[in-house]
Design a protein around this ligand. Sequence first.
Ligand SMILES: Cc1cc2nc3c(=O)[nH]c(=O)nc-3n(C[C@H](O)[C@H](O)[C@H](O)COP(=O)(O)OP(=O)(O)OC[C@H]3O[C@@H](n4cnc5c(N)ncnc54)[C@H](O)[C@@H]3O)c2cc1C
Length: 291
Amino acid sequence: MKPAPFDYYRPATVEDALAALGTSETAKVLAGGQSLIPAMNFRLSQPDLLVDIGGVEGFDRLEVGPSGVMIGASVTQSRVMASDEVANTVPGLRRALHHVAHLQIRNRGTICGSIAHADPAAELPALAIACGATLFLQGPAGERTVDAGDFFLGPFWTELGEGELITGVHFPSEPADTVTFLDELAWRSGDFAITGLAGALATRGGSVSGARMVSFGVSGAPRRMTGAEQAVLGFSAGDDGSAVYGAAYDDGADAVDDVHATAEYRREALGALAVRSVRAALATNGNGTGV
Ligand SMILES: Cc1cc2nc3c(=O)[nH]c(=O)nc-3n(C[C@H](O)[C@H](O)[C@H](O)COP(=O)(O)OP(=O)(O)OC[C@H]3O[C@@H](n4cnc5c(N)ncnc54)[C@H](O)[C@@H]3O)c2cc1C
């Protein structure tokens, strides 16, 4: 399949990018193109103008500081995954990226593009919520920030307004007592998840003292698992996990049926993943490879 005809523009500044996006109702941002171009080839998306943000000044910044990691809009998934500095500051990013597609796709695909695309089965939106990330947006009305937890509204639907783009995302440093994890069930390595779970667990004295858990691939958008977050408090290595399983199963109440799996299968998988990943998080060696 070939895409419908379109114009292409590669601006050098964010102002030029926004001006170009404002010239057409169907104009689209082109980042890595790993989701947009296949959608155009299938004619699911027919923009008349692509605004390639790969050359926008400042969008290639990848900054690691005491408060966390700032990732500009054109930074690829591979670049983030390769950085030991990033892995030491936000270990969950490298852990999650191991599950995202394949090397060739990660070499082009961007962190911000995956977040903007908001595929309900994608890993990075769920991780962003679990980590408490902040999105930096810029559009015709100016700049604003949005918590990742408020950004995802439904399948491929976000808080992004008309002509607005993500300029960067900030992931806060992982606190010393916290382990961030991501686990999923997929038919093959690199496939989108049938059911997945991202989380951040705080531990004290060998048991869980705080939790943020987010499902993905289960319903129309990544969702906080408020029942499991309560049930996991006090969990330690010897627990049988039945309470966490039951609460996670209940958190999947709006699971969808589709060609990949039934809703019931997804709920059971979410329960099993919750127990497995909490156990693994408690046992992690804390060097970025344990979960
Ligand atoms: C075979 C294959 C397997 C894959 N497997 C997985 C997987 O397992 N897990 C997973 O999460 N992803 C997977 N992906 C998708 C991949 O991660 C993409 O790279 C990612 O979803 C989109 O990033 P991108 O930079 O390529 O964005 P693009 O494809 O360029 O853009 C995607 C959408 O987001 C918009 N957009 C992009 N950047 C911005 C921005 N800064 N501001 C506003 N809007 C923006 C675009 O307009 C477009 O609508 C897979 C892709 C392929 C082809």
